[in-house]
Design a protein around this ligand. Structure first.
Ligand SMILES: Cc1ncc(COP(=O)(O)O)c(C=O)c1O
Length: 453
C-alpha cells in the first residue's frame, strides 16, 4: 500500500495567510528565465565591496575527509571573483540553491527518504529561526501545543510570545514519555471540553537540552502512532542528532525517517537540523525539512522579515560540505561527538567524586548536558533547585541553569542543567566541589529545620 500524504493546509495558522508575497522577492524566480534582462533587485554592486578574496583554512585533516587540496595537512579554499560576489550578495529566500540541493541529498542519505514531493529543505539563520517561523505559521489563538517537558528554554521564549496554550508532556531518562502523551490525549475531551485537540508536539529527540536524554526508537514509534490517531504534527528539533556518542549502531532513527513505515504516512513530521554544534554556531545556519506548503509559509515570513539566511556562511558551509561529501561530513560529526563523549566522561568522573549521595543523573549518550537532580532532603522530599542554584551556588562562584527555566508552565524542580561542552577538568572539579559545599550546607539546614506538615 502506498503511503498517504498528510494535508498540511488545515494545520496552517490564520496569521500565516496574512503574510503576502513581497513585491520584489516574489519576482526573483523569473530572473532564471533564459534571456531575461533583470532590472529587478536593488542589489548593491559587488565591485564596490572592499573584499577581494576570503580564504578558509581548515584544521588538520579529520577522519573521512578526502585528501587535502592545500598544503600537507590542511585544506584551503579561497572564495574569489564570481563566487565571492555571489557570497557577498543577497540570495534566495530558502537558501543558496546548490546548498539546498546538497542538503536534500544529505537528508535522503541519512533518513532514507527520496525526493517524492512531500518534503523540501529550507535554510534558516540557525534552526531556531525556522522553528519560530514554523510555529508562527502553525499556531493560532485557541490552539494547544504539546511540549516535551522539561524543554529547551529558547523554544519556550518564542512560544510564550505566540498564541496557543502549552501542554506539558513529561519526559524521563528515556526522553518523551509516550504513556503520558497517550493519557493526555485519551482524557483530552474530559479535561478540555469543547476545545480542539492539540495541533502539534514539539520534542527534542537526541541528547535533549536540558535533560541529555535520547528517546529510543520504540518510543518514537508509539509517539508517531499517537500523532496519526489524534492528528497532530510532530516538530522534531534534532539539534544534537550528530552529537551521538552512544554504542555504535544503536542510534534511533529519526521521526522523519520512521514516519513512512509506522503508519504509512508522509508529511506529519517537520524536522529541524542545526549546523551550530558541528560546523559553527556563529555561522547561524540550520535547515528545516518540511512539507512544501509549510516551507512556503515559512519562506513567506522570511521574505518579509530578514529576507534570507546569510549567503556568505551558506557558501562557506557548502564549499566544505561539497568537498567532504555526505560521508565525510558524517565522519567529521563522529569526531566532534567523540570530543563531547570524552568531556562527558571527564565531567562525570569529577561529579561522581564530589556529588555521589548528594545528586543523581542519567548518563547521556548524546549532546552536551547533564541534568542533575539535587538531593537535599534526607527524607527524599524534592528540593527546589531555583534558590540553591541562582542564590547559593552563584554566591559560591558556580553558575548553572536551574530546572525551572525549562518548565513550560513554570513550577519547582530539583534539577539543574550543567553543560560540559567547554569546561576543562580542573575547572569542572572545582565547580563540583563548590556545588558539593552548597548541597552539604542546604542539607544541614534541611536536617535542622522542623518538618513541615
Ligand atoms: C534543542 C535546541 N534547539 C535549537 C537550538 C538553536 O540552534 P541554532 O543555533 O541552530 O539556532 C538550540 C541551541 O542551543 C538547542 O539546544
Amino acid at each position: 500500500m502506498s503511503p498517504t500524504t498528510v494535508d498540511i493546509v488545515p494545520f496552517l495558522s490564520e496569521k500565516s495567510r496574512l503574510w503576502k508575497s513581497c513585491g520584489i522577492r516574489g519576482l526573483f524566480p523569473l530572473e532564471d528565465i533564459p534571456g531575461m534582462i533583470s532590472l529587478l533587485a536593488g542589489a548593491p554592486n559587488p565591485s564596490t565591496f572592499p573584499f577581494e578574496s576570503i580564504t578558509m583554512k581548515l584544521k588538520p585533516t579529520l577522519a573521512g575527509m578526502p585528501a587535502p587540496t592545500g598544503d600537507d595537512d590542511h585544506f584551503n579554499v579561497t572564495l574569489e571573483c564570481d563566487e565571492l560576489d555571489e557570497a557577498l550578495q543577497y540570495g534566495m529566500t530558502a537558501g543558496v540553491t546548490r546548498f539546498v540541493e546538497w542538503l536534500e541529498a544529505f537528508q535522503t542519505h541519512v533518513h532514507k527518504r527520496g525526493p517524492d514531493g512531500t518534503w523540501s529543505v529550507t535554510v534558516g539563520a540557525g534552526s531556531q529561526d525556522l522553528m519560530y517561523k514554523a510555529c508562527e505559521a502553525l499556531i493560532d489563538v485557541g490552539d494547544y501545543v504539546l511540549v516535551e517537558t522539561p524543554v529547551y528554554a529558547g523554544t519556550l521564549g518564542f512560544l510564550a510570545a505566540l498564541p496557543g496554550s502549552l501542554v506539558e508532556v513529561n519526559g524521563d531518562s528515556q526522553g518523551l514519555n509516550p504513556a503520558h502523551l497517550e493519557s493526555i490525549l485519551a482524557n483530552w475531551e474530559m479535561a478540555h471540553p469543547g476545545k480542539p485537540f492539540p495541533k502539534l508536539l514539539y520534542t527534542i529527540p537526541s541528547g535533549s537540552n536540558p535533560t541529555g536524554a535520547s528517546i529510543p526508537e520504540e518510543r518514537k514509534i508509539e509517539v508517531l502512532k499517537l500523532a496519526t490517531k489524534y492528528n497532530f504534527l510532530v516538530l522534531e528539533d534534532d539539534a544534537y542528532a550528530f552529537l551521538y556518542y552512544g554504542p555504535e549502531g544503536q542510534q534511533a532513527r529519526s521521526y522523519f525517517a520512521l514516519e513512512p513505515e509506522v503508519n504509512g504516512e508522509l508529511g506529519r513530521v517537520v524536522r529541524f537540523d542545526s549546523f551550530s554544534k558541528v560546523l559553527s554556531s556563529g555561522m547561524r545556519l540550520g535547515y528545516m525539512t518540511a512539507p512544501p506548503r509549510l516551507a512556503a509559509a515559512v519562506n513567506m515570513i522570511t521574505s518579509n522579515t530578514n529576507l534570507q539566511p546569510p549567503t556568505l556562511t551558506q557558501i562557506m558551509a557548502y564549499t566544505v560540505l561539497a568537498q567532504w561529501g555526505p560521508d565525510g561530513f558524517l565522519a567529521h560529526c563522529a569526531e566532534v561527538a567523540a570530543v563531547y563523549r570524552a568531556r562527558r566522561d571527564t565531567f562525570e568522573r569529577v561529579a561522581r567524586k564530589h556529588l555521589t549521595g548528594l545528586a543523581e543523573w542519567t548518563t547521556p549518550v548524546a549532546g552536551m548536558f547533564l541534568y542533575i537532580k539535587l538531593l537535599v532532603h534526607p527524607d527524599g522530599r524534592e528540593a527546589d533547585s531555583a534558590e540553591l542554584v541562582s542564590g547559593r551556588a552563584v554566591a559560591k562562584g558556580v553558575l548553572a541553569v536551574p530546572g525551572t527555566a525549562f518548565m513550560p508552565l513554570g513550577g519547582k524542580t530539583p534539577f539543574v542543567r550543567v553543560s560540559f561542552s567547554l569546561i576543562e577538568e580542573d575547572r569542572a572539579e572545582e565547580a563540583c566541589r563548590r556545588l558539593r559545599e552548597v548541597l552539604l550546607e542546604a542539607r544541614a539546614e534541611a536536617e535542622a529545620a522542623p518538618r513541615e506538615t
